[in-house]
Design a protein around this ligand. Sequence first.
Ligand code: FES
Ligand code: FES
Length: 213
Amino acid sequence: MSEKDKEQKQGKNISRRSFIKGVGTGTVAATVAPAILVGDEKAAEAQTDEAVASAKIQLNINEEVTEIEVEARTTLLSVLRDGIDTTGNNVDLTGAKLICDKGECGGCTVLVDGKPVYACMMLAMDAQGKQITTVEGIANGDDLHPVQEAFIKHDALMCGFCTPGFVVSSVALLNENNKPTIAEIKEGLSGNTCRCGTYPFIFDAVETASQEM
Ligand code: FES
Ligand code: FES
């Protein structure tokens, strides 16, 4: 076999995937370079996957710091509902609901630095360094938030699946504007959907809460 043939054969041992991964970023390239140079594709892929697939992060959730290992693709909602922290405890904050999983229903709404955010659309890694408040963190100990009290008073739920999202969005709305008009309440809650159609009761509840706050 000629030298040229040998070089071509060796080149085929480095897959396109490994090559792209290897040159994609400086840090990744530095990590995988030795394995690629010796033509050890499996080792290169393992090193690369390890480098880009997961990381240990800290999230401030309901004023508690949670350390958790996440993949780059893990959403904040996934951490809240199904995450296991580095001490082996379930995060277990299931108030935010997984309904549409594509930023359309508002069932997964949480506060991030006080603003309502669809947790299904936010990567966990992007939530680092921010204050995350879930519906579980809205009440003050045993004292329900006025919005929660008003939802109960007005019977503003049927199946209840959308309710945590509406409560969180309502709190965000009233924190911004504590005396909204009905039109402003409708506008402020327009990112949340209730398939049971309890909108009139929800709007009444928010109006009542605004008088209490
Ligand atoms: S589950 Fe996130 S917006 Fe619907
Ligand atoms: S109460 Fe059932 S979806 Fe809103």
